[in-house]
Design a protein around this ligand. Structure first.
Ligand SMILES: NC(=O)c1ccc[n+]([C@@H]2O[C@H](COP(=O)([O-])OP(=O)(O)OC[C@H]3O[C@@H](n4cnc5c(N)ncnc54)[C@H](O)[C@@H]3O)[C@@H](O)[C@H]2O)c1
Length: 315
């Protein structure tokens, strides 16, 4: 049987390790030709090593798939352009862009340096923009509303739930959600869908979470529920021609569960016949919004909770 991605060409950033590597391998297994991008940095973004990307390409080729290495830095605008160009020059086209590359520099907001803020925003948010910028310009030139082009970005529960020890990362990951929504609205006419995945998997990124807060880290067996291999099927499906119906969505993928997030919407509204009287606004907000906030379970019940220790967050 033909694979789900037969004949398609994909770029996967951050594909030398962890979730990106799992995505690249499954894409190749399903018939895609894959540009395996990875700068090969340490978890904090320092250093560079082509080894991890080259190893994934070797594995794919040994299994009969097609892949090439790209060692570019996603946060570099010109390198992102070269990555898109490499896909087109090598395989004649680009159908799918998966933005997985990421780093961590966890600090409580009051201890965070400018550099830790900037480097996390640069890799995640600017890096995701950079590749989209060049891929979308190429897709726009094709002017084919019937195409099945795909942007699949990586966000995180850390942003969606507001991890207290990861303000830079949470901000970058929610920025990526806004970017995804904007792209879904802007690029539909060129046959492009844009979605985001909030994954969960045992990788070196989750190993940085203190021992008592993680489960099952360090195991990579395919049957291990926390293996990054279990994130890949949702991504591969979204990358396929079958997922035209799905755009502007955030999915979660962890273990054996794939979830669909809601899109934020106004759930209560108060109004004034003219300019607000401050005391009236205060009383009406307390009467209408406060009970709704009080009934909330889950992340934003946390808004009242004491902050967790430095670095204690989810990736
Ligand atoms: N593991 C989880 O549970 C989890 C949870 C939520 C979100 N995420 C997100 O999923 C993605 C993958 O995470 P992972 O756990 O596989 O991490 P990982 O550290 O195993 O892999 C990330 C890869 O990105 C590469 N990279 C970093 N900066 C780069 C750059 N500037 N250019 C190119 N490549 C670069 C790294 O070299 C590394 O190989 C990230 O975006 C992460 O934020 C992961």
């Amino acid at each position: 049987m033909a694979g789900m991605l037969e004949g398609r060409v994909a770029i996967v950033t951050g594909a030398g390790r962890g979730i990106g590597a799992s995505v690249a391998r499954l894409m190749a297994k399903e018939g895609a030709k894959v540009v395996v991008n990875d700068l090969g940095v340490a978890l904090d973004g320092t250093g560079a090593d082509q080894g991890p990307a080259a190893q994934v390409v070797d594995e794919i080729k040994r299994s009969g798939g097609e892949a090439v290495v790209n060692g570019g830095d996603v946060s570099d605008f010109a390198a992102a352009e070269a990555m898109v160009r490499q896909a087109i020059d090598t395989y004649g086209r680009l159908d799918v862009l998966v933005n997985v590359a990421g780093i961590l520099r966890d600090r409580m907001v009051f201890n965070m340096s400018e550099e830790d803020w900037d480097s996390v925003i640069r890799v995640h948010l600017r890096g995701t923009f950079n590749t989209i910028r060049h891929a979308s310009a190429y897709w726009r030139e094709l002017r084919n509303p019937e195409a099945h082009h795909r942007i699949i970005n990586f966000t995180s529960g850390s942003g969606l739930h507001g991890a207290p020890g990861q303000p830079n990362y949470a901000a970058a990951k929610m920025g990526i959600v806004g970017l995804t929504y904007s792209c879904a609205n802007a690029l539909g006419r060129y046959g492009v869908t844009a979605n985001a995945i909030a994954p969960g998997a045992a990788t070196r990124m989750t190993e940085s979470i203190p021992e008592e807060r993680r489960r099952g880290v360090g195991t990579q067996s395919a049957n291990d529920e926390r293996s990054p291999d279990n994130v890949a099927p949702a991504v591969v499906y979204l990358a396929s021609e079958r997922s035209d119906w799905c755009t502007g969505q955030v999915l979660s993928a962890r273990g054996y569960e794939i979830g669909l997030y809601n899109v934020p919407q106004v759930i209560r509204q108060i109004a004034s016949p003219g300019p607000w009287d401050l005391e009236t606004a205060a009383r009406m907000m307390e009467a209408s919004f406060r009970p709704a906030v009080g009934q909330r379970s889950g992340p934003f019940a946390q808004a009242q909770a004491p902050a967790q220790p430095q670095g204690a967050g989810r990736s």
